[in-house]
Design a protein around this ligand. Structure first.
Ligand SMILES: NC(=O)c1ccc[n+]([C@@H]2O[C@H](COP(=O)([O-])OP(=O)(O)OC[C@H]3O[C@@H](n4cnc5c(N)ncnc54)[C@H](OP(=O)(O)O)[C@@H]3O)[C@@H](O)[C@H]2O)c1
Length: 168
């Protein structure tokens, strides 16, 4: 996600191929509190969570066709309206930035017939959460339903995998 040269190589290898669904899933979570801010750590999260997804989408955009879908796996922790507990400065700020990129992408790609969904997978039992939460298969099933339902008219929306609309 952060290696421009490697991604350019991927882009070259995929030239002429169509991508139906481009899922930007990779992300990292670090933990900062106001008393323990680590700006390098926050910058690292920007590189992967926000810039990485935009970089991948940019380099693979020539593979997107009418009807293709761009999916950004974000987090409700990037929701300003839903932020009831604070903390996690880097993760929250980078996911909010990713959400903004998603709305911009929806504007830029609407005319090409490509739609965008900004999706929160739920609290999922993965390495990121210390394996607390719903199963990856349950989360993935919800995400796949949201991707299947996505229409150009709804492009740029922010949803929970369970179908709930999330506040910005
Ligand atoms: N789990 C949850 O409850 C939860 C909740 C909300 C949102 N999310 C979001 O869901 C997505 C997936 O998270 P997860 O729970 O599966 O986390 P995870 O278990 O920590 O897995 C993260 C994945 O991202 C990849 N990755 C990290 N940095 C990368 C980079 N620079 N380039 C390429 N790949 C990179 C990792 O690859 P390596 O293993 O090779 O490092 C790994 O496959 C993330 O965007 C996360 O923010 C998760």
């Amino acid at each position: 996600m952060t290696d421009q040269t490697a991604l350019e190589e991927v882009s070259r290898k995929l030239a002429g191929t169509g991508i139906d669904v481009l899922i930007n899933n990779a992300g990292i979570l670090r933990n900062e509190t106001f008393d323990r801010l680590d700006f390098d750590q926050i910058r690292e999260q920007f590189e992967v969570n926000a810039l990485g997804a935009l970089r991948v989408t940019s380099l693979l955009s020539r593979c997107l066709r009418k009807g293709s879908k761009i999916i950004l796996i974000t987090s409700r922790m990037g929701s300003i309206g839903d932020n009831g507990s604070g903390g996690y400065y880097g993760y929250r700020m980078t996911k909010a930035a990713l959400n903004m990129a998603g709305v911009n992408l929806a504007h830029d790609f609407r005319g090409k017939g490509v739609s965008v969904a900004i999706l929160h997978p739920g609290l999922v039992a993965t390495g990121m959460t210390g394996h607390h939460g719903i199963s990856t298969s349950e989360s993935a099933a919800g995400l796949i339903s949201r991707i299947d339902e996505l229409r150009l008219e709804d492009s740029g929306g922010f949803w929970h995998a369970n179908g709930e609309r999330l506040p910005w």
